[in-house]
Design a protein around this ligand. Structure first.
Ligand SMILES: Cc1cc2nc3c(=O)[nH]c(=O)nc-3n(C[C@H](O)[C@H](O)[C@H](O)COP(=O)(O)O)c2cc1C
Length: 202
């Protein structure tokens, strides 16, 4: 049976990005029969990339001390979930022009030389394989066009990481302008839901 890895990253219970990402994953699951594996890195953030984790993921397993082995095991679990997934759905709010810190930590745990990417004579090669990823980004401002477009470092960052890891089919769903008044926010969320429906009912 195929698997959808749903990664939500907002710590807020009223999260727009998590709500929409869950709806997208549920829709994809309903239309394909895929099982959803939910990794909530907003309320349970993965280990920060500290000295122990940084050292652990750069040495062979038999050379790790006990704290490094524990850190590597946490990272391995997240890598295994990513490698096992057929489809990836990631939700994040735009936070100070970047992603939620829990999502950054998740990325730091799953970007593993020798497991999810490697360097060869031809340069970097992603090892995550041919999968489709959906990235749901909610934001107070508008970044899809206009003067602030270059300031959205969340969607471009997550897409860059996914492509580096070998996921070439990356689809963005935006709910933007949420701080521009109730009507604008409602319209934006409705537009995001229409985009989700279009992805689900292909
Ligand atoms: C601490 C903080 C920082 C934020 N930074 C930005 C920002 O840089 N740009 C922006 O457009 N919106 C910003 N926002 C608004 C959020 O992107 C928006 O509320 C989004 O829906 C949050 O995601 P969530 O609802 O999934 O938690 C910020 C909100 C918070 C709480």
């Amino acid at each position: 049976m195929s698997t959808i890895l749903l990664v939500t990253s907002s710590p807020s219970c009223g999260s727009v990005s998590s709500t929409l990402a869950k709806e997208l994953a549920a829709g994809l699951s309903a239309s394909s029969g895929a099982v959803v594996v939910h990794r909530d890195v907003g309320t349970s953030p993965p280990a920060h990339l500290d000295a122990v984790l940084s050292s652990a993921i750069r040495k062979p397993a038999d050379q790790r001390d006990a704290p490094e082995a524990a850190a590597a095991a946490g990272s391995d679990l997240l890598v295994d979930e990513l490698l096992a997934a057929d489809v990836i759905v990631i939700g994040t709010g735009l936070v100070n022009f970047g992603v939620y810190s829990g999502l950054k930590s998740w990325i730091d745990n799953v970007a593993r030389a020798g497991r999810t990417f490697r360097y060869g004579a031809g340069g970097p090669e992603g090892l995550v394989g041919a999968k489709t990823a959906y990235v749901v980004v909610s934001s107070g401002g508008v970044y899809s066009q206009g003067p602030a477009a270059a300031a959205d470092h969340a969607s471009s960052y997550v897409e860059t990481v996914l492509r580096f890891l070998g996921v070439q089919d990356v689809r963005l769903v935006r709910a933007e302008g949420l701080a521009l008044g109730e009507e604008a926010a409602k319209a934006s969320i409705n537009a995001a839901r229409a985009a989700i429906d279009a992805h689900v009912n292909v």
